[in-house]
Design a protein around this ligand. Structure first.
Ligand code: PHE
Length: 340
C-alpha cells in the first residue's frame, strides 16, 4: 500500500473524529463515537492499524509515526468530550455577564438618623437656648421628696397613688421610697436646691406613668420642663415666653391661650393651649411657682417669684410631623423612622 494513500486515510479519520467528538451531547453518543473510532475490534483506528502492515517496509516508519500522532489526537478528542459532559451544569458555560456600565449610579450607603423625638428635643433646646434658658438634667429614678413632697403634693394626694406611679421595690435613702419620675418638675426642685435665684432652665427627659398604650398614651413619654425664677416675674412673662416658643417651633400663625387649671406646685395654674391649623391643642400645664415650693427649696417668696411649665414633647413632635399614633414613635420600624 502506498504511503500517500495510508496518510490520506489517517487524516480523514483524524478530521471526522475531531468533528464527531466535538458534537457529542450525551453519554450515549459519546459511547457510539468511541466504538466507531476507537473500538478494539471493529474501530476505524484498528482497521488502519491492520493496513499499516501492508505499507511498504521502507516507508513504514513514517506511516507508523503519523499513525501514533492520530491515535493521540483521537484520545485527546475523546477525553475532552468526556470532560465536557461531566462538568457541572453551572460550570459548563456561565450566563454571559452584562457589561459593566460605569454611568450607573453607585449603591448608596444607608445612613442612620436621629429619632424624631431626639430631633425635636435638639430643636427645643435650641429655641429655648435663644430665649436664655440653659439645660438642666435630673435622674429618672426619683425619691418621693423630689417627685411629690417638695412640689407641694402631700401624702394623701391622689397623684401619689401606687396605681398611678411606677414605684420601685428597692428602698430609697432618706427621701422616701423610689419611683420612676412621673413628671420633669422634679428637676425644678433639684436645680433650686442647688442654685440661688435667678434661675432660668429647661429640662428635657423621660417620664413614666402606668397608662395603657393607645394612639395618644404611652407608659413612657418625654416632657420639657421650664422654670424661671427672679424678682418680679409675672404671668405676662410666662405667656410671652410660651408664645415665643410656640411661634418658633410651630410657625408664626400659632396662637396661645390659657385656661384656668390646678397643679399643687403652681398658683395660679393654667393649661396652655396652642391654636394651630384652626384647632386648639392642649400642650401642657403651667403657672406661677407656688410659694410653698419656693420655701421648700429655701427661697424667699417675698423676694422672688417665678413661673414653670411642663410640655409634652411627643405632642409637639406629632403635631409638627402630622403623626397620629404615639405608638408609631416607639415601634422602631426603620421604614417609619426613616421618614423624618
Ligand atoms: N408637671 C405637670 C404635669 O406633668 C406639668 C406642669 C409643669 C404644670 C410645671 C405646671 C408647672 O402635668
Amino acid at each position: 500500500m502506498a504511503l500517500a494513500d495510508f496518510l490520506r486515510q489517517l487524516d480523514e479519520l483524524s478530521r471526522t473524529a475531531t468533528v464527531t467528538f466535538a458534537a457529542v451531547q450525551d453519554e450515549a453518543s459519546w459511547e457510539a463515537a468511541r466504538v466507531e473510532f476507537a473500538g478494539a475490534k471493529q474501530g476505524r483506528l484498528k482497521a488502519l492499524q491492520k493496513l499499516l502492515g501492508q505499507v511498504d517496509p521502507a516507508e513504514r516508519p513514517a506511516a507508523g509515526k503519523r499513525f501514533n500522532e492520530v491515535k493521540a489526537e483521537l484520545d485527546g478528542a475523546m477525553a475532552a468530550a468526556q470532560a465536557r459532559l461531566q462538568a457541572p451544569a453551572g460550570g459548563r458555560r456561565a450566563a454571559p455577564r452584562p457589561e459593566f456600565d460605569p454611568t450607573l449610579p453607585g449603591r448608596r450607603m444607608r445612613l442612620g438618623r436621629l429619632h424624631p423625638i431626639t430631633q425635636s428635643i435638639e430643636e427645643l433646646k435650641e429655641i429655648m437656648g435663644r430665649l436664655g434658658f440653659s439645660v438642666a438634667d435630673g435622674p429618672e429614678i426619683e425619691d418621693e421628696w423630689h417627685n411629690f413632697e417638695a412640689l407641694n403634693i402631700p401624702l394623701e394626694h391622689p397623684a401619689r397613688d401606687p396605681l398611678d406611679n411606677f414605684y420601685l421595690s428597692a428602698a430609697g435613702a432618706s427621701h422616701g421610697p423610689l419611683l420612676l419620675r412621673s413628671q420633669t418638675s422634679t428637676v425644678q426642685i433639684r436645680v433650686m436646691e442647688q442654685t440661688a435665684p435667678p434661675v432660668r432652665i429647661i429640662s428635657l427627659g423621660r417620664v413614666y406613668r402606668p397608662d395603657t398604650a393607645d394612639a395618644t398614651h404611652y407608659p413612657m413619654f418625654h416632657q420639657m420642663e421650664g422654670l424661671l425664677v427672679d424678682q418680679q416675674v409675672t404671668m405676662a412673662d410666662l405667656k410671652s415666653v410660651l408664645r415665643l416658643f410656640a411661634t418658633s417651633y410651630l410657625g408664626s400663625d400659632v396662637h396661645i391661650r390659657f385656661r384656668p387649671s390646678f397643679f399643687p406646685f403652681t398658683e395660679p395654674s393654667v393649661e396652655a393651649d396652642f391654636n394651630w391649623n384652626d384647632q386648639w391643642i392642649e400642650f401642657g400645664g403651667a403657672g406661677m411657682v407656688d410659694p410653698h415650693v419656693l420655701r421648700a427649696v429655701g427661697y424667699d417668696p417675698e423676694v422672688v417669684t417665678g413661673f414653670a411649665f411642663g410640655l409634652g414633647v411627643e405632642r409637639l413632635c406629632m403635631r409638627r410631623h402630622n403623626i397620629t399614633d404615639i405608638r408609631d414613635l416607639y415601634r422602631n420600624d426603620v421604614r417609619f423612622l426613616h421618614l423624618f
